[in-house]
Structures are given as structure tokens and as C-alpha cells.
Design a protein around this ligand. Structure first.
Ligand code: GDP
Length: 198
């Protein structure tokens, strides 16, 4: 798969407005500031994609990026949690849950977390949804360049251990990642290619 030719397809405010549920899709999710735009940028080389999803007012939307006629990447924006009203948060969560639970073509979830603060409540919620719907998830511990290799790997082990202890490890894998250093990009690409195979 060539991720360098990915371009913007559409934004969907509700599940009903998503593109036809066929082919294969992989979704990216993460709390605001987890490094999702930077990761999508590093993967695709297209800075416009990530910017699209950061446009104010669009943050509640699901953004679809086209890889090929039958393969898509999906950006599930993390809300600016401090600024968003409770009612909006609830609506956003319902919307997100319905996408994760009902989308037939969804092959997997890439969940991004800052390696210095992994497994926040949002992350656990996303993992719980994925695990309960039998959806594979792959965790990127982002900004790994902020730590030395030893501590970075220890964080990965600690996250894996906690997931096992909480019964959230079914179909879940974890890797360290850095957009700035491009470390772990090859691993991410292999995971995506595996999930997106038709
Ligand atoms: P998003 O809100 O999840 O889309 O996060 P961004 O991609 O906008 O990144 C949030 C902040 O983290 C920005 O200041 C980025 O420059 C920084 N950042 C993102 N990825 C990395 C990384 O791999 N290494 C470092 N050191 N900083 C990063």
C-alpha cells in the first residue's frame, strides 16, 4: 500500500453520512495533543489531511481519507476536552461509539497516546469499546523521542501489563512511535497493510 497518495475524501457528522460501508477502513483516535495529526502527516506526507480535521467546528466530525477506491483511513478527532461542554461530549461519544460498533468495513483502531501519559480515561474507553466489539486495536505510544530507549520500552511493558490485568489485551498490540524521528513508522505501515488487505 502506498500511503503517500492518500487524500481527503469527506467529513461525516453522523454515521448515516459516512461513505458506503464497503471495502476496508482503519480508524485513528487519540486525545487532543496525543500527536495524531503529526502521525498522519508522517505516514502520508500530506499535512493538509491533518489540518482538515483540526479546522474549528469540524472537530466533532469523522474525517475520511482515501487510499484507494476500496481502502480508507479514518480520523476520529479527539475533542479539546477542557473546552467542550458536557452535552457535546456525550453526543460526540455516542456518535463515536455507534461508528465503532456498527461500521462493518472497520478493520482496526489505531489508538495514539502520549508515552508520558498513557491509558487516560479516554484511552480506556476506546479500548473497552474495541475489545467489546471484537475490533483489533494497535496502540502507538507517541513522542517516544522524549524518552530514552530503556524508559520508552519499560513504558510499553507497563502498558501491556496493565492491559492484561484489566482484561483489555484481546487483539490489542502496543508499539513506541515518534513522528519527529520517524521511529516505528515501518511497524505502523505493516499493521495498516495487514488490516487493509482486501
Ligand atoms: P493532535 O492534537 O493529536 O493532532 O496532536 P499534534 O500532532 O498536533 O501534536 C501535538 C503536539 O505534540 C505538537 O506540539 C507536536 O509538535 C508535538 N508532537 C507530535 N508528535 C511528536 C513527536 O513524535 N515527538 C515530539 N517530540 N513531539 C511531537
Amino acid at each position: 500500500i502506498n500511503f503517500r497518495n492518500v487524500d481527503f475524501l469527506t467529513s461525516a457528522p453522523t454515521l448515516a453520512e459516512c461513505p458506503e460501508d464497503s471495502g476496508a477502513e482503519v480508524a485513528f483516535a487519540g486525545r487532543s495533543n496525543a500527536g495524531k495529526s503529526s502521525a498522519i502527516n508522517a505516514l502520508t506526507g500530506n499535512s493538509k489531511l491533518a489540518r482538515t480535521s483540526k479546522t474549528p467546528g469540524r472537530t466533532q466530525l469523522i474525517n475520511f481519507f482515501r487510499i484507494s477506491d476500496r481502502q480508507r483511513l479514518v480520523d476520529l478527532p479527539g475533542y479539546g476536552y477542557a473546552k467542550v461542554a458536557r452535552s457535546m461530549k456525550d453526543e460526540w461519544q455516542r456518535h463515536l461509539a455507534s461508528y465503532l460498533e456498527q461500521r462493518q468495513c472497520l478493520r482496526g483502531l489505531i489508538l495514539l497516546m502520549d508515552i508520558r501519559q498513557p491509558l487516560k480515561e479516554f484511552d480506556r474507553q476506546m479500548l473497552a469499546w474495541a475489545v467489546s466489539s471484537g475490533l483489533p486495536a494497535h496502540i502507538l505510544l507517541t513522542k517516544a523521542d522524549k524518552l530514552k530507549n530503556g524508559p520508552a520500552n519499560n513504558t510499553r511493558f507497563a502498558v501491556e501489563k496493565e492491559l492484561r490485568e484489566q482484561g483489555l489485551d484481546q487483539g490489542v498490540s502496543v508499539q513506541t512511535f515518534s513522528s519527529t524521528k520517524r521511529t516505528g513508522l515501518d511497524k505502523l505501515e505493516r499493521k495498516l497493510a495487514q488490516w487493509l488487505s482486501l
